[in-house]
Write a protein that binds this ligand. Structure first.
Ligand SMILES: *[C@@H]1O[C@H](CO)[C@@H](O)[C@H](O)[C@H]1NC(C)=O
Ligand SMILES: *[C@@H]1O[C@H](CO)[C@@H](O)[C@H](O)[C@H]1NC(C)=O
Length: 205
């Protein structure tokens, strides 16, 4: 028992940077206008944790709307899920609706990740049993741009997903449309998500 206070404060430290409430995440998405801009209905029932490994320092788990320096986002990120009552499989997608700039997103969306066959293991760690369709691509907002909203979404994987050919590893990552893709393959609405803001490297601005 004498360890309990230390243990609790460690837990508090560990969770302080990540999302702990679906309502807060939904508010952050709504305030950033993400559901409108992505043409999605975002009523999350679970939490998706996105963690970036860092060289020489602790990994960073983002909370919705947090801004990260570009050089912390090399990834590939690690995904955890909490608050789900099914075993998956799940699809994870990450898109940038702000390319090349939020004011004039003529290349958007850029697909920064797309993968299926994720199942939760210990602590909700999501591992995929097949290679991602689109491997993680580090944010590279162009010099002079405002920060972009890099948005991660978790979907229940529909039957037949592994046979879809709308997006393959050779499909351009530009001009992607997550809501059109969701309709094509029957993903339904995302059950969880989070996002981060990333601006150009100070050296290139
Ligand atoms: C990332 O960039 C910032 C600002 O340029 C710098 O202070 C920091 O040391 C860099 N971090 C790493 C891990 O390179
Ligand atoms: C993306 O697809 C949705 C349909 O799901 C459509 O309403 C929207 O206009 C499309 N966005 C773009 C930029 O084409």
């Amino acid at each position: 028992m004498r360890f309990s206070i230390g243990f609790l404060s460690l837990v508090a430290l560990a969770v302080s940077a990540q999302d702990t409430s679906v309502r807060t995440v939904k508010e952050a998405f709504d305030n950033a206008n993400i559901p409108t801009d992505l043409h999605i209905t975002f009523d999350p029932t679970a939490l998706l944790e996105v963690t970036f490994p860092e060289t020489g320092s602790s990994p960073i788990t983002i909370h919705a709307g947090e801004q990260l320096p570009r050089n912390s986002t090399a990834g590939p990120p690690i995904f955890h899920v909490s608050g789900i009552n099914c075993k998956g499989p799940f699809v994870v997608a990450a898109v940038d609706p702000d390319a090349p700039t939020p004011q004039n997103p003529t290349n958007a969306q850029i697909r920064h990740f797309l993968g299926g066959n994720f199942t939760p293991g210990e602590g909700g760690l999501l591992t995929n049993s097949t290679p991602a369709i689109s491997q993680f691509r580090q944010p590279t907002p162009p010099a002079g741009s405002d920060a972009h909203r890099y948005t991660f979404l978790l979907f229940k994987q529909p039957a037949g997903f592994n046979q879809q050919t709308f997006v393959t590893p050779t499909t351009s990552t530009s001009l992607f449309n997550i809501s059109a893709f969701a309709e094509e393959v029957g993903l339904g609405n995302p059950i969880a998500g989070t996002f981060m803001l990333v601006a150009p490297d100070p050296t290139t601005a």
